[in-house]
Design a protein around this ligand. Structure first.
Ligand code: 9WO
Length: 251
């Protein structure tokens, strides 16, 4: 998958050289290309990519020309059709289902803004979609672009290792739309005297599957009930959630 990133700070993206995304890059599952609006400044006398906002007010606005030229170079760099995305707090909130659709694209051009934003004429004429990673303001779009790339890349075939392995085709797919279950590792009793739940130690894999699903359902119900309003429960899940709630009453 090809990512073309329009940014004044390409060096920030070295954060993507680590972990799963770093390995995927080495395997050429994705390619990052950078286009710096600073390199497209025509008036080298001034040498600026930003200017004061019409109408006054604080801060600076990214100018149309260097940004538009960078976007056009990113489009023309190959023959692959690209989706052009601007990351901003005004965009649609990205959900995992959106990440799954992005992962099917051959090429995405991501625009990371700086200052107080980009000239609105770029948003209306040069951009396909505007997306947000959450309801907060960052100092620029780069971290949002990296969050998006990270979430997409781990879905690319091969990124998590052998896609046919028992681990990857797991059960975690059937937890789709639910919160994760609790995890434990050695030692079986920790330094506070707290033990690992018995069911996880006994080796009954069907009992473990049911317990984990029950925990996922219970945690989702308690912490993020909004996630359950658009997800129907099958008969097994309904019974397990009831059992979770009965057990938590007792305690
Ligand atoms: C800063 C600011 C300061 C004074 C008055 C108005 C202001 N608006 C902004 C602002 O929104 N700056 C943005 C910084 C401009 C676009 C790039 N920046 C950004 C992107 N911040 N947060 C994001 C972002 C992107 C995706 N998802 C969540 C947040």
């Amino acid at each position: 998958m090809q990512f073309d990133i329009i940014t004044l700070f390409p060096e920030m993206f070295s954060a993507l050289n680590y972990g799963i995304v770093g390995r995927a890059k080495k395997q050429d599952l994705l390619s990052l290309r950078f286009w710096n609006p600073r390199d497209f400044v025509q008036d080298k006398q001034q040498g600026r990519v930003d200017d004061r906002p019409y109408g006054g007010g604080p801060g600076m606005v990214m100018q149309v020309q260097p940004l538009r030229d960078a976007i056009n170079k990113a489009k023309q760099a190959d023959d692959t059709a690209a989706k052009i995305i601007y990351l901003s707090p005004q965009g649609r909130l990205i959900k995992q289902a959106d990440i799954q659709r992005f992962a099917e694209q051959p090429k995405i051009i991501l625009i990371a803004g700086r200052y107080e934003g980009i000239d609105e004429r770029v948003i209306s004429n040069d951009i396909d979609e505007e997306w947000s990673i959450g309801d907060y303001i960052l100092s620029g779009g780069e971290l949002a672009a990296m969050v998006m790339i990270d979430a997409i890349v781990r879905l690319l075939p091969g990124a998590l290792g052998d896609p046919t392995s028992a681990i990857n085709e797991s059960f975690s797919d059937s937890l789709d739309g639910l919160l994760d279950y609790p995890h434990y590792t050695r030692p079986v009793i920790d330094s506070n005297g707290q033990a690992v739940p018995e069911v996880l130690i006994n080796g009954d894999h069907e009992a473990i599957r049911r317990w984990r699903l029950m925990q996922s359902l219970g945690r989702t119900y308690l912490k993020r009930p909004d996630l359950l309003t658009n997800r129907s429960l099958n008969p097994e899940e309904a019974v397990l959630l009831q059992k979770f709630l009965e057990c938590s009453k007792e305690k």
